[in-house]
Design a protein around this ligand. Structure first.
Ligand code: AHN
Ligand code: ZN
Length: 336
C-alpha cells in the first residue's frame, strides 16, 4: 500500500503540473493544445514548454543515479518506457547485455519512440538516459566513486526530448520522427583506471547502431542532445558533427540564429567528442550532430560540474532547455 501511495502521488503531481503548464500556454495564445507560433519561416511550430521539460528532468533525478544494474536505473527505465508510450505511436524497448571496460556485464535498455512510423522519410533525435557511476572529476577525492545525479549529463537531453514527444503527439510533423534514449553512454573508464580507450563509452548506442530496432533502419539525419540544460550553456561546433554532418550543423546553427539564440549556439569549433552520435555516423551512415555544452575554459572542456556530484537540478536552467527545445522543434517542423 505504501508503495502504491508513493507511486501514485508523483503521478498525480505530474498530471497537475502538466495541466498547469498547458493552461499557461493556452492563455498566452488562446489556441488550446494546438498553441502555435509563427516566426520567420511561416511554418506552424507548437510551443515547447520548458517547465515541462524541467519537470521531466526532476522526475528522472528523483529515481536516484541511473546507473546500469541498479534498482534506480530499472525504475527510471520503466518510467521512461511508460511515459514514451503515452506520446509515441510505437515504442520499442531493446534489451541487451554489454561488457563494460572493467568486465562488468551491464543489463541495458535502449528505449525508442516512433512517430508516424508509416513515413519513409525520417529524422532521429536522441539522448542518453543513464547516469555516470562515478564522480571521478569531483573536487573532493572522497567522492570519486560516488554515482552522480546526472541532471544535466543525461537528464537534460531526455527531458527536452520527452517534451518534444509530448508536442509531437498533439501536432504531427511532415516527416516521421524517432526518439531514441540510449543506455550506458556514461559507463566509460574511470579517470584513474588504466583503460583509456574511447570505445567503452556509448555502449547502448554501439549496440543499437550494430543492431537497429528495425533491420536496415535509416533516417535523413540525426540530432543528439547531451548536456543541454545548464544555465549559460555554450554549444560549440563539435568535431565529429562537422566531419560527418556539416550541413546538419549549419541548418541547426542557422535556425538558432534566426530564433535569436546566437549567444548559445556559437560559431566556434569545439573538440572531437566520442559520444552516441559517433557510432550512428560510422556504423549506420546517418549524418548525426551532437548539440553538446562545450566550454574551453574548464580543464576537461565540458560544463564546470561535469562528472561531479554537483551535476544536480541546481545547474538546470529552464531558459537553456527552452533555447534547445525551440531550436530542435523549429528544425523538425520545417522539414518537408
Ligand atoms: C569522452 O570523454 C571520450 N566521452 C564523453 C562523452 C560524454 C560523457 N558525454 C557525456 N558524458
Ligand atoms: Zn558523462
Amino acid at each position: 500500500m505504501d508503495k502504491l501511495f508513493f507511486k501514485c502521488l508523483p503521478g498525480l503531481a505530474a498530471a497537475l503540473l502538466l495541466m498547469v503548464a498547458c493552461n499557461a500556454a493556452d492563455q498566452r495564445t488562446g489556441q488550446g493544445n494546438a498553441a502555435r507560433e509563427e516566426p520567420a519561416s511561416g511554418v506552424a511550430v507548437p510551443a515547447f514548454v520548458a517547465d515541462s521539460a524541467y519537470y521531466y528532468i526532476e522526475r528522472q533525478v528523483g529515481f536516484g543515479p541511473r546507473v546500469p544494474n541498479t534498482e534506480a536505473h530499472r525504475q527510471a527505465g520503466q518510467w521512461l518506457t511508460e511515459t514514451m508510450s503515452r506520446f509515441a505511436d510505437t515504442v520499442y524497448v531493446q534489451q541487451a547485455r554489454v561488457r563494460a571496460y572493467d568486465g562488468t556485464v551491464l543489463n541495458i535498455r535502449n528505449i525508442i519512440g516512433a512517430f508516424q512510423p508509416e513515413k519513409r522519410s525520417r529524422v532521429l533525435l536522441c539522448a542518453h538516459w543513464d547516469s555516470r557511476p562515478y564522480a571521478d572529476h569531483d573536487p573532493d577525492p572522497e567522492k570519486h566513486f560516488t554515482p552522480i545525479d546526472g541532471a544535466n549529463d543525461g537528464g537534460s537531453g531526455v527531458g527536452v526530448l520527452l517534451e518534444i514527444a509530448r508536442q509531437l503527439q498533439m501536432q504531427e510533423t511532415g516527416v516521421g520522427i524517432d526518439i531514441l534514449f540510449f543506455d550506458a553512454e556514461d559507463y566509460g573508464p574511470h579517470r584513474f583506471s588504466d583503460r583509456s580507450d574511447n570505445d567503452f563509452w556509448a555502449l547502448g548506442a554501439q549496440h543499437w547502431a550494430r543492431n537497429p530496432h528495425q533491420a536496415g533502419y535509416h533516417a535523413r539525419y540525426g540530432i543528439l542532445l547531451d548536456m543541454v540544460g545548464a544555465s549559460g550553456a555554450t554549444f560549440l561546433r563539435e568535431g565529429y558533427s562537422m566531419l560527418y554532418a556539416p550541413r546538419v550543423v549549419r541548418k541547426v546553427w542557422d535556425t538558432a540564429q534566426r530564433l535569436g539564440y546566437g549567444h548559445y549556439f556559437l560559431r566556434e569549433d569545439g573538440g572531437y567528442i566520442t559520444d552516441d552520435h559517433y557510432y550512428i555516423n560510422t556504423y549506420r551512415n546517418i549524418p548525426t550532430i551532437n548539440i553538446i555544452h562545450l566550454d574551453n575554459t574548464t580543464p576537461h572542456g565540458f560544463f564546470p560540474q561535469w562528472h561531479t556530484t554537483g551535476d544536480t537540478m541546481e545547474v538546470i536552467d529552464a531558459r537553456t532547455l527552452e533555447v534547445v527545445g525551440k531550436t530542435v522543434m523549429q528544425v523538425i517542423y520545417e522539414e518537408r
